[in-house]
Design a protein around this ligand. Structure first.
Ligand SMILES: Nc1ncnc2c1ncn2[C@@H]1O[C@H](COP(=O)(O)OP(=O)(O)OP(=O)(O)O)[C@@H](O)[C@H]1O
Ligand SMILES: [Mg+2]
Length: 269
């Protein structure tokens, strides 16, 4: 293999969505949830799907994760189709609500599911000490033996975030994970997520309605439009990393937000 070929292989996208369309039948009506979506996501990249309600963000995330079948088109993840990638435990899913197991403590929630994953994981997952380090990093060191009902929603979401990273899956699919949190907690969670992402080097696909959230977090924002659901624009966000709350006051940040807002407005049906 030539050196240039080796470089090309390393740089190949981790996720490749090609010509994906999805239609649903709703009471005799056909809904075009997605039409002709092409998207490539690089290894370690943080990509957000931004768009109005109903534009197909969750549908696209679920198709990438092998939870929905595309009507036409293909998804390839590391050379596998989405079903095979799911079976090979390539994905961690962070849903909108934390979904912790109620009768297990925080530590058990994180370790139990990690343990389940260990069998099939194709790469090393975290040791207990590393997991403890992450729980400490998100401010839950004193709560490892608490049960989910003893925690606030924000604390549960932090535990859920640690669990997702602890699974060791190379791709995290996050569907509006912070939507139910208050504004201050939500702001904190964004930077916690970035901290975990940069330490662990996971690839993240993050669904959000929030323009500022997309701007703070992402390497690239994919702006979607509805009826039919499609990709309307893509923006590379070249704000420096690591990002921090002070950055949100900078003119460059406001400019990114302005561009994203105008993309959304331009394609609003
Ligand atoms: N299981 C389903 N059965 C029928 N129609 C569906 C199904 N899932 C999604 N749809 C339709 O597909 C379209 C896209 O839905 P989707 O949930 O992907 O949107 P979204 O961008 O995630 O919206 P939101 O921001 O409100 O979560 C909508 O018109 C929705 O009604
Ligand atoms: Mg959705």
């Amino acid at each position: 293999m030539s050196e240039s070929h080796a470089v090309a292989v390393t740089d190949a996208p981790l996720v490749c969505v090609s010509g994906v369309s999805k239609t649903f039948r709703q009471r005799g009506r056909t809904v075009h949830a997605l039409r002709e979506v092409d998207l490539q996501i690089g290894r370690g990249e943080f990509v957000s799907l931004l768009g109005p309600s109903g534009c197909g963000k969750s549908t696209l995330l679920r198709i990438i994760g092998g939870l929905h079948q595309a009507s036409t088109g293909t998804v390839s993840v590391n050379g596998l189709d989405a079903d095979a990638a799911r079976a090979a435990k390539q994905y961690g899913l962070v849903p909108q609500s934390p979904a912790l197991v109620p009768w297990r403590t925080v530590a058990q929630n994180v370790r139990f599911l990690t343990g389940l994953h260990r069998g099939g994981a194709s790469h090393p997952v975290m040791t207990d000490a590393e997991i403890d380090g992450l729980l400490e990093a998100v401010g839950l060191a004193g709560f490892t033996s608490a049960y989910p009902h003893e925690l606030s929603g924000g604390m549960q979401q932090r535990a859920s975030l640690v669990r997702a990273f602890a699974l060791g899956a190379p791709i995290l699919l996050m569907d509006e994970p912070f939507a139910a949190l208050d504004e201050i907690t939500r702001a904190d969670m964004r930077y916690l997520l970035l901290d975990l992402w940069s330490r662990i080097g996971t690839t993240v696909v993050f669904v959000t309605h929030s323009v500022t959230e997309a701007a703070i977090l992402s390497d690239r924002v994919v702006v979607m439009a509805a009826r039919p659901g499609r990709i309307a624009a893509e923006r590379t966000i070249d704000l420096p990393r690591p990002r921090n709350p002070a950055m949100e006051d900078a003119p460059e940040f406001h400019e990114v937000v302005r561009f994203l807002r105008s993309d959304l407005r331009e394609h609003h049906g």
